[in-house]
Ligand binder design. Structure first.
Ligand code: NAD
Ligand code: WQD
Length: 341
């Protein structure tokens, strides 16, 4: 059985679905601070099985000890965390407590229970403002410009030290680039509980009429059209990457870092235009100044994951946007629109 912390959230739920479709048993631990219990019903509808669920906090050591005593957990995928960059600037202690403290507590409970296989939801944010593209795993980790990014880097370092001290550990640090999209059924996707900060969820709310216009942050970057360029990756490709990484960890010890990205960069305007094409909806834009802490460009070299895991992202940007829009339409019961297959 695989324990997924934060498994009711956006990425964890897609990982749970993918593992269950492959026949694994899944137990989700989530305090639902940024997700909904109904996600479990959606996973059950899509897989025909219900994941196990414990409502609780990953910082609660006593609860973790009970979970490891009660369930035959072989490995943990640690997605639980707080992820809003702006909020992390306002509430840094909450971010360090959850993202670093939660990781330490989880690792302590795992070691106590004799479970040494761990996959961690890290982020390309640990590279900071890298000057050369694409970014491979040998690029030095930089100076993330906000407490969220720092907390991810600190959590990585905690786990690296831990692995150095005890060779029984098998740890995978998965550095996600920009996950977007949804399950193609339109039944599972990202459901922001507050105003979205990220490009795609905000764009979807504009397209579905919940917000007036999309702010484009900066049009004077050194990029082909002046807007920020990112490596957007379909959440189902990301989920498949977790399954492959977990398989790899079963056969090797130590700490392993893998970028999960496509290797392709798209600008904000390219994403907007591609979305307009697949949805047939025009997105009103307002050009604004650069957002504090943003970088101009960021995309992955995904070669290491290909050679070591046999994984590569295969879904196109159009597919990511079509699936995301199908989910948004389902969420708001908006009128169906033609979508690319
Ligand atoms: P999300 O907010 O949808 O999911 C996180 C889940 O963790 C939520 O269900 C939340 O309720 C739960 N959670 C938060 N604190 C908890 C705690 N103390 N105890 C138990 N559960 C807790 O976010 P997501 O997009 O699915 O991200 C998952 C992980 O991936 C996070 O660690 C995030 O930092 C990381 N990540 C996300 C992105 C992205 O763009 N979405 C990119 C890189 C890395
Ligand atoms: C993408 C591009 C914006 C919103 C963040 C975190 C990172 C990771 C993913 C978790 C940028 C532009 C955005 C908007 C815009 N999360 N934009 N208007 O900043 O690459 O990464 O989420 O680990 O750590 O920093 O993603 O989606 O916020 O922005 O113009 O309303 O879209 O300026 O160029 P980002 P994003």
């Amino acid at each position: 059985m695989i324990l997924i912390t934060g498994g009711a959230g956006y990425i964890g739920a897609h990982v749970a679905l993918e593992l269950m479709n492959q026949g694994d048993d899944v137990l989700i631990l989530d305090n639902l601070c940024n997700s909904y219990r109904s996600t479990l019903d959606r996973i059950a509808t899509l897989t025909g099985r219900r994941p196990g669920f414990v409502l609780g906090d990953v910082r609660n050591r006593a609860l973790l000890d009970t979970i490891f005593a009660d369930y035959p957990i072989e490995a943990v995928i640690h997605c639980a965390g707080l992820k809003a960059v702006g909020e992390s600037v306002r509430e840094p202690l909450r971010y360090y407590d959850t993202n670093v403290g939660g990781t330490v507590t989880l690792c302590q409970a795992m070691a106590h229970a004799g479970v040494f296989t761990l996959l961690f939801s890290s982020s390309a944010t640990v590279y900071g403002d890298c000057l050369t593209m694409p970014i491979d795993e040998t690029c030095a980790t930089g100076q993330p410009t906000n407490p969220y990014g720092q907390s991810k880097l600190m959590a990585e370092n905690v786990m690296k030290s831990m692995v150095c001290s005890d060779e029984r550990w098998s740890v995978g640090l998965l550095r996600y680039f920009n996950p977007i999209g949804a399950h193609r059924s339109g039944l599972l996707g990202e459901a922001p509980t507050s105003t979205p900060n990220n490009l795609l969820p905000y764009l979807l709310q504009v397209a579905s009429g919940q917000r007036a216009a999309l702010s484009v942050f900066g049009r004077d970057y050194e990029t082909p059209d002046g807007t920020g360029v990112r490596d957007y990756i379909h959440v189902m490709d990301l989920a498949e990457g977790h399954v492959k990484a977990l398989d790899a960890l079963r056969h090797q010890h130590g700490v392993h870092v893998w970028n999960l990205g496509t290797g392709m960069g798209y600008s904000v305007l390219e994403v907007v235009r591609a979305f307009e094409k697949v949805s047939g909806i025009s997105v009103p834009l307002v050009f604004e100044g650069r957002r504090a802490g943003d970088i101009a460009r960021c995309w992955a070299d995904p070669e290491k994951a290909l050679s070591e895991l046999g994984w590569s992202a295969r879904r196109s940007l159009e597919r990511m946007l079509a699936d995301a829009w199908r989910w948004e339409c389902h969420l708001h019961e908006a009128k169906a629109v033609p979508l690319v297959s």
